[in-house]
Design a protein around this ligand. Structure first.
Ligand SMILES: [Zn+2]
Length: 293
């Protein structure tokens, strides 16, 4: 079966416990088709994409959520972002002499950045000190340390599909901790036990409702409308023009004189943007000039 690229929110009726199930296939293939990634990087990127979509849907906001690691291992940078809970893009940069056996990320930092369309940008940073990096464990740690939200996350991926499952206990009010009753705590432990039986084979092949029913058939689960996910880049000629502006006028004109034009590729989608000599001259005019034309 081909997975539908979507994320599905659900909750356990009459408890403060909610969950999210995310599955991706076409999105991964679209991202991977632009690059020639080694298999281990494909798996890791797949998990980053599932995690970004999953977190984005639990936060419910308009804007962009990104997960980015700057590592000291084979992978120098890896990032995935989800915009408006639906559009995903991702990229990894790694050493030229990439070694599948080597430490992937080494010691580094993961930044979780939330850029709402309206309001303040937020960034949380979590250290990564584990050579056996588990992205799920890093994110669980982040929710526990920074947000005090009890969270369990499972991530799965192969070279062409990925999936994530998250279970979270929401505080019932700001002053009260989550799982304040014995009954809620019991439900939490039971649900976590059931969720941890998820197998890669199941989550990368079953429809979301079948998957949830298989895991939690004795619980009362309310599922919400799934949200579709897809690969989409945010690059544009205008944004690329800003990159040309950062070169400075002299250098930009030097390149044009030498090459005839400036070519810039989007790192994410490989879209090519070309700037002619006239384009470059236009870019460096004072902002008010264009209104004189
Ligand atoms: Zn692009």
């Amino acid at each position: 079966m081909t997975l539908h690229d979507a994320t599905q929110r659900f909750l356990f009726e009459d408890t403060p416990i909610r969950g999210e199930l995310t599955q991706l296939e076409t999105t991964l293939n679209d991202v991977f088709s632009k690059h020639n990634y080694p298999d281990t990087i494909k798996s890791l990127l797949g998990q980053f994409m599932a995690a970004a979509a999953m977190l984005s849907d639990t936060i419910k906001f308009e804007g962009t959520l990104s997960l980015q690691v700057r590592g000291a291992g084979q992978v120098r940078t890896i990032m995935a972002e989800c915009r408006d809970n639906s559009a995903i893009r991702a990229i990894a940069q790694y050493n030229d002499d990439f070694d599948e056996q080597g430490e992937l990320l080494g010691h580094g930092q993961m930044a979780i950045t939330i850029e709402p369309k309206k309001g303040q940008r937020y960034q949380g940073v979590v250290p990564i000190n584990d050579s056996e990096l588990s992205l799920a464990a890093v994110l669980e740690d982040y929710f526990q340390q920074s947000e005090q939200i009890r969270t369990r996350i499972w991530l799965f991926s192969n070279q062409h599909q990925s999936a994530g499952l998250m279970i979270q206990a929401m505080p019932s009010s700001a002053s009260e901790s989550s799982l304040s009753s014995d009954a809620d705590l019991e439900t939490w432990e039971r649900v976590i036990h059931l969720a941890s039986t998820t197998s890669e084979e199941e989550i990368l092949s079953l429809e979301p409702d079948v998957m949830l029913n298989r895991l939690f058939h004795e619980e009362t689960v309310r599922v919400f409308e799934p949200r579709s996910l897809k690969f989409e880049c945010t690059c544009s000629k205008e944004k690329t023009a800003n990159a040309v502006r950062t070169l400075g006028e002299d250098e930009a004109l030097d390149i044009v004189r030498e090459m005839g034009h400036i070519d810039l590729d989007c790192q994410f989608c490989r879209e090519k943007y070309a700037f002619s000599a006239e384009d470059v001259v236009e870019l460096f005019k004072e902002p008010g000039d264009s209104t004189l034309n």
